[in-house]
Design a protein around this ligand. Sequence first.
Ligand SMILES: [Ca+2]
Length: 596
Amino acid sequence: MPHIRRPRSTPRHRTLAASAALLTATAAAALALPAAHGDTPADRPAAALAGGESILNMFEWNWNSIAAECAGPLADSGYTHVQTSPPQEHILGTDTTPGEEHAWYIHYQPVSYKLDSRLGSRAEFANMVAVCDAAGIGVIADAVINHMAAGAQETRTGWAGSRYSQFDYPDAGYGPNDFHSTGADYCEIHDYTDRREVQHCHLVGLNDLDTGSDYVQGRIADYLNDLMSLGVAGFRIDAAKHIDAGELGAILSRVEGDPYIVQEVIGGAGEPITAGEYTGNGDVHEFGYPVDLKNHINGSSSAHYLPDIGTDWGYVGAAGTFVANHDTERGGGTMNHTWGQDYLLAEAFMLAHPFGTPSSYTGYEFGSFHQGPPLEGDGAVADVDCGSDAFTCIHRSPYMSGMAGFRAATAGEGLTDLWGEGDAFAFGRGALGHAVFNASGETVQRTFQTSLPDGDYTDVISGNTVTVSGGAFTAAVAGKTALAIHVGDGAGGGDGGEAESGCIEVAVTAQTEWGQMVHITGAADELGSWNANRSPELSSASYPRWTGTVAAPAGQTVEYKYTKVDQEGRTVWEAGADRTVTVPAEGCATVDDTWR
Ligand SMILES: [Ca+2]
């Protein structure tokens, strides 16, 4: 329908360059207290993820790098979805606060709905969705729909060349009549106990869209439908708390298909807007969950209470669970990757426990709050090179990728065979899996009762064999580590029908640091299914030549790479494309390579 803009006078107010620091300061303040809301039964029009599914939030990964990860290490990881950073056109880094050029938060300042950003082009986005889809991985896009950028009085140009100024974004189809609180009504959000202010005023100067307007709802739905047409599986709704829940529902009702929805609603004590208002639209990120994980794994509470985690702890029922996100990892309210094994234990627990829909997190190392990711000379985000740039690639850890597989294998089963003491605990998932978590500093050695069938299993974390006999297994679980076994791992639990076994005689020249071992890691089960911690270790007897004979499926072409794995399971991947070797029907293939 035609949209007629009625020009208004330009507001007198100075527009601040939006600072996400303020935005996140608000979030951090809200995190100080657990969310004070009840459990509202979900009556959602949106698709829920199934019990075995899990999301990997790949913050600031560009589209080509996500595609490569979907086709490689993620394909067999157990993760069923990835979440991207916002894909729409954004402001230029030069238009951020001086001293914060190229900050990550420019993605949260839309200029238009063109799928052209420093993370990649529309064609690259579409290719990523197709590649991930082919690997069985759905793509969830971060949708910034509450606001546009913090436009200035003068006309500026966005990443894709769209011109804009305050309350005027012609390439998005928005003029002054499409925003809340313009002209004499201009206001910014200060009082979080005032519902109208939170939803109608401007968040740190970000131009707040009139989401009650039929036209604006249609424009936002057009954007989401454009992403749906490229095959995305769902949306994370940024700043959902700043949009009336009913208006957001009206927007989502105009989206074709059946996307998964998870909404950012940060509850706070004494605030009128609660997560429970939004469950009619889909899942809501539960911000109390990561705070409780931190307090129980490395805080004042004992870890063995964690198996009880759920709505009894005051959480929203349709909960999106997480250990950290891009705001909280910087704000200090939750753990982040610098917490090492405590962080990995939290990720592993979240994936092992049935409550909620989990979003794991992988990002990059940063020295300051606003620091952006590695960039190319033209300002585009550089391709990820695990092991040699700032991207942590922590998701390749068995505590994450392997435990996503545990979640998939144990779907539909509740908790059984609970045990807990101090900061160590264990639980089964019916007859499908069993996990032990040791957040203490001491080794836990004991016999665990389990409902798993007798047989040999492969520990997802260490790759070691665990034998279940007579409904129990005995294990020594070192401090700050975990153990997880499940049926269907190719090693036990009645999983038969293995392919004929062939072999590869491996030699690779590689320099390593003290404590690192070289592995051959590949797509085949025998090579760890791209999980380096489960892949065969080579011998250093002829260092720097690493050698070994490893099992591989006979008569098949096998993809592989070399990895360096240290005693804590940290993995460095060699650079370049996957290698391939064809294993003969009888006898071994031979490879003689040099680390890249
Ligand atoms: Ca709003």
